[in-house]
Write a protein that binds this ligand. Structure first.
Ligand SMILES: CC(=O)N[C@@H]1[C@@H](O)[C@H](O)[C@@H](COP(=O)(O)O)O[C@@H]1O
Length: 311
């Protein structure tokens, strides 16, 4: 197992909420700050990413999406790293545990007019949207978004198998950070993790491989259930990424990064993003799970690139 590729490898990260002290979901965010986050990502081998806007009031989400689009339009260095925007919400499950770190009061049932406003704010840069299929039971919004060339992912969801299948039939391509955003105590057999794994041939599935969101032994089992061509590693990085323990911010929430590097919401019942850069995740996949360079490259670059290219 060579660690050489880690020094030269380049990554594509489909879920980045912030980086190096910069929160992409902050109320005030300058182009210089966004450029600083992009420089730091490039130094950490991330060639391109989808800047991620999480659930908030629709107006706040629109302002944040539009600001990221402005920054990418006006600055080619930013556009070189932020190749698009991932909108995570607001059409998620409001149920405790599934909603994760997203504010339940801002959750909405999927609807075309809100989605159009979010997509328009990005001026062609919204490339991925995560929703809960049970909020889009007919699959109509999933179909419309897919027709716009937007990758639709399920996430923060307790979709039934038939809701998942309806979504897949309407263009669902991906599942966002499997193993997280579900309650710690779920039915042992019929649960969202098992349902999604049963569809692993038909969906790309992202995992946060920091060792906190999913213990490495469970991650190994999940990875064994998903074809290599459908595994995607995401960081779900927040402003704390690459920095040490301390208190950081995510969309107005305080996030506490502990001595080990896990990023906790203030209530300590769930994580609120991740402080671990992709290259550190790669080190863990290599040293703790023995994953070889070819598979790492497929999961961190080839597969995310393929998803972006196909839509
Ligand atoms: C940017 C952000 O806030 N991300 C968090 C993620 O870190 C957490 O894993 C999930 C649910 O939390 P849980 O899996 O820790 O219960 O909610 C959010 O998506």
């Amino acid at each position: 197992m060579s660690s050489q590729i880690s020094k030269t490898a380049r990554y594509i990260d489909l879920q980045v909420n912030g980086y190096a002290g910069v929160d992409f979901n902050a109320d005030s965010l300058s182009t210089e700050q966004i450029r600083h986050a992009c420089d730091a990502m490039r130094n950490d081998h991330v060639d391109s990413c989808l800047a991620t806007v999480i659930t908030d009031s629709l107006d706040a989400m629109i302002t944040r999406i539009s600001r990221l689009a402005d920054a990418a339009e006006s600055d080619s260095e930013i556009a070189g790293v932020i190749s698009g925007i991932h909108v995570e919400g607001p059409f998620l499950s409001p149920v405790n545990g599934y909603v994760g770190a997203h504010p339940p009061t801002a959750i909405r049932e999927a609807n075309r007019s809100d989605a159009e406003r979010l997509v328009e704010a990005g001026r062609g840069r919204v490339r991925l949207l995560t929703l809960a299929p049970e909020q889009d039971r007919s699959g109509a919004l999933t179909r419309w978004l897919s027709e716009q060339g937007i990758i639709v992912a399920a996430g923060h969801t307790n979709a039934s198998l038939s809701e998942l299948d309806t979504a897949i039939d309407n263009g669902l391509k991906m599942f966002t950070h499997l193993g997280n955003a579900c309650p710690p105590e779920i039915p042992r057999h019929d649960n969202i993790i098992q349902r999604v794994l049963s569809r692993a041939e038909r969906l790309s599935i992202s995992f946060i491989a920091d060792g906190f969101h999913i213990p490495m032994l469970a991650l190994r089992n999940y990875l064994n259930c998903v074809p290599d061509e459908n595994v995607v590693i995401v960081s779900d990085a927040i402003s704390a990424a690459g920095l040490g323990p301390g208190t950081y911010h995510l969309a107005g929430q305080d996030v506490h990064v502990d001595e080990d590097g896990a990023a906790w919401a203030a209530c300590r019942t769930h994580f609120a993003g991740c402080a671990t850069p992709v290259q550190t995740m790669v080190g863990k996949l290599q040293s703790e799970l023995g994953i070889d360079d070819r598979r790492i490259d497929q999961w961190t670059r080839i597969n995310p690139a393929g998803l972006l290219a196909a839509c």
